[in-house]
Design a protein around this ligand. Structure first.
Ligand code: ADP
Ligand code: MG
Length: 588
């Protein structure tokens, strides 16, 4: 008997599973599916990302709903629009052979009336982001008063994003006797609060480690000026010639930029973010798995589900907005019993965040120095020497050997080695020998970060159909931040104002740098009348990323890098090809 059949799943799903090529249920599926199929119970399931949680709740949900009735019976809440779409797609695949079953995604930033129409046609399963769900409930566009199942997916992430109030209010519209299934990678206090508050004697299942990250991971941080972030990243990579890493950025835009810069500077790098098609993402992941890519630059959402062993380093190019996310990031390394390093590049004002991370992971960080140019040269030199030692001899050149010997006959072994290294290494050495110190001294007290908020002007208002509630929801969805971080939304006739916590300022400006809504440019600026320090207009290219220009001044291209790494050149070529093909959407 098929292993999925053995869990109690019916023919239609088993057929779809075969088609998708799943052979064995994952651990969380094995544990959750039989319980959910056979008992009407609440459940709390903790499992790392990429462990197949979607099917763990999706399969039983599809079995449970009555596809001959058009009533909405299952609601899945998920933190972001991307995950919402991803889950919907998965569910559609799973239920391919279940006639009459409709799954509809509802999320912000797209037409609410279209979504309402789809629901009206009959959707037994609704997958929603909390903000848009709340909005549609308020407008009576969706009826969840009869659902039997409510899934809270990525519950930790939803709470991190400040959706507690929304979830609270959405659940108040659902019947008491439904089952609630909570899935989460981590179990912070907020998640247990939700579990206590909304769930009735939930069954608990845990897969792998609970809560904290792997004990095989050591944590390091490096303090640099914000404008030196990219240079620091390169040094960290150059100081670790065998690096096989995932580099996390906060936004798609930064992800794309850092990857492009790395590629341009001669590294085997690629970007992974939500603007790539599924097909492009699969290609990137394939190259990463077979090591053609050494540095995978990714957003948090896109990196969920990366299950590649042997990742040596996770580099936090920027810390995540939500500190809990750090656990997901560092969990990409130190897998399968291997050890790994999670590095964080911070500016001085972010040092205090390291303390918060330490509290969450219950481990302490080591403060390290960005390696000096000299150190890097040393590392690279020995790496090159070792590569030479390990290299397999290519006998194709045997026939040329006599003439080559003739050319080089006057040199001793020592001289030959020196000359060889000079050819291979001078460029690298020349670049790094004058390299400046990137480290910033760590004394506290010059903490520029204020916990205040920033006020913005946005050129949409009532005439675009917004009131303060819908504008707030729109902003929550687009900016992917929670209610708590958004305040003072004031909608006027043709424009509006709103506030976010100042920590989101960079991101807000970036997201709206080139944002279109129904073809029209949406413009966001820091409001002049904010009355706060630094509240005047500022250039929108922000101070934090330094590399707006084509090239940093610190822009050495280690062209020889591929050769140092004793790899074939294919990786880099395919990286470049991919780059040409890549869709260059500048919006998020
Ligand atoms: P999670 O929600 O735990 O992060 P997902 O449900 O998104 O993980 O699954 C991660 C990936 O694994 C998806 O591409 C999914 O199609 C795939 N997958 C899920 N279950 C199985 C299985 N039993 N066998 C093979 N692949 C699976
Ligand atoms: Mg998931």
């Amino acid at each position: 008997m098929n292993k999925f059949e053995a869990l109690g799943l019916g023919d239609a799903i088993v057929k779809a599973v075969n088609e998708m090529g799943f052979e064995t249920p994952s651990e969380v599926q094995e544990k959750a599916i039989p319980i959910l199929l056979n008992e009407d119970t609440d459940i709390v399931a903790l499992a790392q990302t990429g462990t197949g949680k979607t099917a763990a709740f999706g399969f039983p949900l599809i079995e449970k709903v009555d596809s001959s009735s058009r009533i909405t019976q299952g609601l899945i809440l998920s933190p972001t629009r991307e995950l919402c779409l991803q889950i919907t797609n998965e569910l559609k695949n799973y239920s391919k052979f279940v006639p009459g079953l409709h799954t509809v995604a509802i999320y912000g930033g797209a037409s609410i009336t279209d979504q309402a129409k789809q629901i009206k046609r009959g959707a037994q399963i609704v997958v929603a982001t909390p903000g848009r769900m709340q909005d549609m409930i308020n407008r009576k566009m969706v009826d969840i008063t009869n659902i039997g199942y409510c899934v809270l997916d990525e519950a930790d992430e939803m709470l991190n994003m400040g959706f507690y109030e929304d979830i609270n209010s959405i659940l108040s519209h659902t019947p008491n006797e439904k089952s609630t299934w909570l899935f989460s990678a981590t179990m912070p206090k907020e998640v247990s609060t939700i579990a206590k508050r909304f769930m009735h004697e939930p069954v608990e299942i845990t897969v792998g480690h609970k809560n904290t990250g792997s004990k095989n991971v050591s944590h390091e941080y490096y303090v640099v000026n914000s404008r030196d972030r990219y240079a620091a990243l390169k040094r960290l990579a150059d100081a670790n010639p065998d690096i096989f890493s995932v580099i996390f950025c906060r936004t798609k835009r930064d992800t794309q930029k850092v990857a492009e810069n790395l590629i341009e500077d001669g590294y085997n790098a690629a970007a992974l973010h939500g603007d790539l098609s599924q097909n492009q993402r699969d290609l990137v992941m394939k190259s990463f798995r077979n090591r053609q890519i050494q540095m995978l630059v990714a957003t948090d959402v896109a990196a969920r589900g990366i299950d590649v062993d042997d990742v040596t380093h996770v580099i936090n190019y920027q810390l995540p907005d939500e500190i809990e996310t750090y656990t997901h990031r560092s969990g990409r390394t130190g897998r399968a019993g291997k050890s790994g390093v999670s590095m964080v590049i911070v500016s001085k004002s972010e040092i205090r965040k390291i303390k918060s991370v330490e509290r969450i992971i219950k481990k302490s960080f080591e403060k390290k120095e960005i390696p000096s140019g000299e150190e890097i040269c040393q590392v690279q030199l020995f790496h090159l020497a070792n590569d030479i030692r390990k290299a397999e001899i290519n006998h194709e050149i045997d026939s040329y050997l006599p003439s080559i010997n003739e050319v080089l006959k006057e040199f001793s072994k020592e001289e030959l080695i020196k000359k060889f290294f000079s050819v291979e290494f001078s460029r690298f050495h020349n670049y790094y020998k004058k390299a400046r110190d990137l480290n910033v001294s760590n004394e506290q007290g010059n903490d520029y970060s204020n916990n205040g908020s920033t006020r913005y002007f946005i050129n949409v208002g009532e005439k675009d159909g917004f009131d303060w509630m819908t504008l707030k929801d729109f902003l929550k969805e687009v900016l992917e931040i929670g209610s708590d971080s958004l305040s003072r939304v004031d909608v006027k006739e043709s424009f509006s104002f709103f506030n976010t916590s100042t920590e989101h300022q960079e991101r807000v400006l970036q997201i709206f740098e080139d944002f279109r809504m129904e073809g029209r440019k949406v413009n966001v600026e820091i409001s002049k009348d904010s009355g706060r320090r630094g509240g005047g207009r500022r250039r929108r290219d922000g101070g934090d990323n330094g590399f707006k220009g084509k090239r940093r001044s610190d822009g050495f291209k280690p062209k020889g890098r591929k050769r140092f790494d004793n790899k074939d050149n294919k990786g880099n070529e395919s990286g470049n090809r991919r780059r040409d093909r890549r869709k260059r959407s500048d919006r998020r």
